[in-house]
Design a protein around this ligand. Structure first.
Ligand code: PAF
Length: 287
C-alpha cells in the first residue's frame, strides 16, 4: 500500500495507475468495522483491475468552536495496518497545511440542506464537509466514492453537491454497521464513559420500536413524540434532536407516513455527540 502525504505524491501515483478505475473512501481515521465495510464495498466496485484509495484527514473546517477536533481519536499506524489488510492500494494522509492554504477564499455549500437538521446543531459543519469532499474529489479524481449511511444527511449533502455541480462521480452508500447491542459503530464510541456506552444502546432500541410503529399507520408527529420519550427515559441521554423526514428529499412530513421516511437521532452522552438513523416503511396498502 502506497502512503502519500502530499497532493503531488498521490497525483503521481494515480497517474501511473490510470486508466484503471479509482474508488475513493474518505475517512477521518480511527477506523472501525464500519469503515472496513466501506473499504470492502470499494474493493468490490473497483474489481480486479481498479484501485482503492482511502484518505485519512481529520478535517478542521467541519468542527465548530468548542467541538471535539482536538480530542478526535487518532491512530494512524493501526489505520494503515487495517487498510492494508482490506486491500487498499493507496492512502492519502496529508497534514492540514497541505490541504488548506491560509489565503483560500472558496467554499462549497448545499445552501438549504446545510442549514437543516444537524446543520442547525452544528452551524458550518456541512460547508466544511462539502468543501473537503470537493477538494478530495479534485485531488484524487475518483470514478466512485463510498460513504456510510450512518451520516445520512452528509450522504444527502454529497449526493446533492455531486448532482448540482456535475461532478460525474458515482456515490455509493454503505449500510450502518452495529455493535452486538445495536449501537451504531462510530470512531467517537471509544470516548464514551462505561455507563454511557451501556446507556447508548437506547438509540437503536428507540429506532427498532419506531420501525415497528411506522408500519401501524401512526402519524409522523406521534411517532416523533414516542421516539423522543423513549430516549428521554434514559437519564444519561441528552437528546439534541429527533426528526422524521422524507427518506429521499429530507423534506418535513405531516400526517401519516405515506412514503419511506427516515428517523434521524442526535443524542449527547457526556461530551460525546452520537447520531443514528433508520429508514422506515409506511403501512402496506390494502389490495
Ligand atoms: O464522514 C467522515 O468521516 C467525514 O465527514 C468525511 C466524509 C471524511 C469528510 O471529512
Amino acid at each position: 500500500m502506497e502512503i502519500c502525504r502530499t497532493k503531488s505524491a498521490i497525483r503521481a501515483q494515480l497517474a501511473a495507475w490510470r486508466p484503471a478505475p479509482i474508488v475513493l473512501v474518505p475517512t477521518m481515521g480511527f477506523l472501525h468495522e464500519g469503515h472496513l465495510s466501506l473499504m470492502r464495498l470499494a474493493r468490490a466496485r473497483a474489481g480486479a483491475t481498479g484501485k482503492v484509495v482511502a484518505s485519512i484527514f481529520v478535517n478542521p473546517t467541519q468542527f465548530g468552536p468548542g467541538e471535539d477536533f482536538d480530542s478526535y481519536p487518532r491512530n494512524e499506524a493501526r489505520d494503515f495496518d487495517l487498510m492494508r489488510a482490506e486491500g487498499v492500494d493507496a492512502v492519502f494522509a496529508p497534514e492540514v497545511a497541505e490541504i488548506y492554504d491560509p489565503a483560500a477564499q472558496t467554499i462549497v455549500e448545499t445552501t438549504e440542506l446545510a442549514k437543516t437538521l444537524i446543520g442547525k446543531l452544528r452551524p458550518g459543519h456541512f460547508r466544511g464537509v462539502a468543501t473537503i469532499v470537493t477538494k478530495l474529489f479534485n485531488i484524487i479524481r475518483p470514478d466512485a466514492a463510498v460513504f456510510g449511511e450512518k451520516d445520512y444527511q452528509q450522504l444527502a449533502v454529497i449526493r446533492t453537491m455531486v448532482r448540482d455541480l456535475d461532478m460525474g462521480i458515482e456515490i455509493i452508500g454503505a449500510p450502518i454497521q452495529r455493535e452486538p447491542d445495536g449501537l451504531a459503530m462510530s470512531s467517537r464510541n471509544v470516548r464514551l464513559a462505561p455507563e454511557d456506552r451501556t446507556a447508548a444502546s437506547i438509540l437503536s432500541q428507540a429506532l427498532d420500536e419506531a420501525e415497528a410503529m411506522a408500519a401501524t399507520g401512526i402519524t409522523a408527529a406521534r411517532l416523533r413524540s414516542h421516539v423522543r420519550a423513549t430516549l428521554e427515559a434514559e437519564p444519561r441521554a441528552r437528546v439534541q434532536s429527533v426528526d422524521i423526514r422524507d427518506a429521499q428529499s429530507l423534506d418535513t412530513i405531516s400526517g401519516p407516513l405515506r412514503r419511506p421516511a427516515v428517523i434521524l437521532l442526535a443524542v449527547k452522552f457526556g461530551q460525546v455527540f452520537l447520531i443514528d438513523n433508520r429508514v422506515v416503511q409506511p403501512p402496506k396498502e390494502e389490495p
